[in-house]
Design a protein around this ligand. Structure first.
Ligand code: NAP
Ligand code: GLV
Length: 306
């Protein structure tokens, strides 16, 4: 069996030995133009050339959860695309979102400013009931985040494409229920895949429907958010702040206003990192399953785009 690996970002020096150890008997090599045809490709943001030059692939493994970069390419017909299915990401995402939510709700930035100034002062506790949290996307990551947030006794709303039942979460589905979901939420967490239906969803019209004093946490993709609309709603006071991990252009350009906005916290696309050993183990297991003709989790449905 031949496996080619290519990543626009990740460290091939570490992935190649890891894949070779997990796939004894397979010939694993770095993809270069003109590489011999392989059975499987393990990729992150590959070029069109890689796909065009690999006509015999049995499956394409994406070394991340989001497949939006792959979906921009012309994919070989009938070849399954398999994305990471958690692989250690959901607990990281739960940590990140709970941290951002609690930092905001408990006003830890204001406390830090006070204590740095040597001030021992108290703020009136805010009411948890005034901070219902809405999670856009109730998939592998969104559902895990919803359960983690519910542990802190916030009311949790969730929105997905198909109807869902998640204990402790008030579930909404489809565009028809988006207004009710937004009106019931004050903190909005975006964990949607980026598709034509979800691009620009965090826009003026939708963000205006959050309760006054709303807070946005975008941990999915930068293109869900219309940057100017967020800035306008922060400046008008309708939104109180935002924590943003993902951006339309990454790295975030030095001149972008998000860097210095007093109500925005920026992190460098780090909320849920691909963990190499967990991911390699998952991919190796799935290759073994596919070789036996067994089903695997995380198969992308090209008609949905995720
Ligand atoms: P997933 O399991 O595929 O879940 C996606 C969820 O979004 C599902 O609940 C799906 O609804 C819902 N959805 C999709 N399109 C929708 C639409 N048009 N309207 C309403 N709901 C819609 O994906 P995941 O593993 O949770 O990952 C989510 C995204 O997180 C990834 O695509 C990626 O972009 C992002 N991510 C970011 C980082 C980071 O470090 N910042 C790390 C990992 C992933 P159904 O359940 O009805 O299908
Ligand atoms: C990271 O953003 C991923 O999609 O895994």
């Amino acid at each position: 069996m031949r496996v080619v690996y290519f990543s626009a970002d990740q460290d091939a020096d570490k992935w190649l030995p890891g894949l070779r150890a997990a796939l004894p008997g397979a010939e694993v090599s770095l993809w270069v133009p003109g590489a011999a045809p392989a059975d499987y490709a393990v990729v992150w943001k590959p070029s069109q050339q890689l796909l065009d030059e690999q006509p015999q692939l049995k499956a394409i493994f994406n070394t991340g959860a989001g497949v939006d970069a792959l979906m921009q390419l012309r994919l070989p017909a009938g070849v399954p695309v398999v994305r990471l299915d958690d692989a250690g990401m959901s607990v990281q995402m739960a940590e990140y979102v709970c941290h951002a939510l609690i930092r905001h709700f408990r006003e830890f930035d204001a406390y830090e400013a006070d204590t740095r100034a040597g001030k021992w002062s108290f703020r009136k506790p805010l009411s948890r009931a005034d901070f219902p949290v809405g999670i856009l996307g109730l998939g592998v990551l969104g559902e895990r985040v919803a359960r983690a947030v519910a542990q802190f006794e916030f009311a949790v709303n969730g929105w997905s494409r198909s109807p869902k039942v998640v204990p402790g979460v008030q579930c909404f589905a489809g565009m028809a229920q988006l207004p009710d979901f937004l009106a019931a939420s004050r903190v909005l967490v975006c964990l949607l895949p980026l598709t034509p239906d979800t691009r620009d969803l965090l826009n003026l019209a939708n963000l205006s429907q959050l309760s006054p004093g709303g807070y946005v946490i975008n941990v999915a993709r930068g293109a869900h958010l219309v940057d100017e609309d967020l800035l306008a709603l922060l400046d008008s006071g309708h939104l109180a702040g935002a924590t943003l991990d993902v951006f339309r252009t990454e790295p975030l350009p030095p001149e972008h206003p998000f860097w210095t906005h007093p109500k925005i916290t920026v992190t460098p696309h780090t909320s849920a990192r691909t963990l190499r050993s967990e991911s390699i183990a998952q991919i190796a297991e799935k290759i073994a399953a596919l070789e036996l003709g067994q089903p695997v989790a995380g198969k992308v449905d090209p008609s949905r785009g995720y």
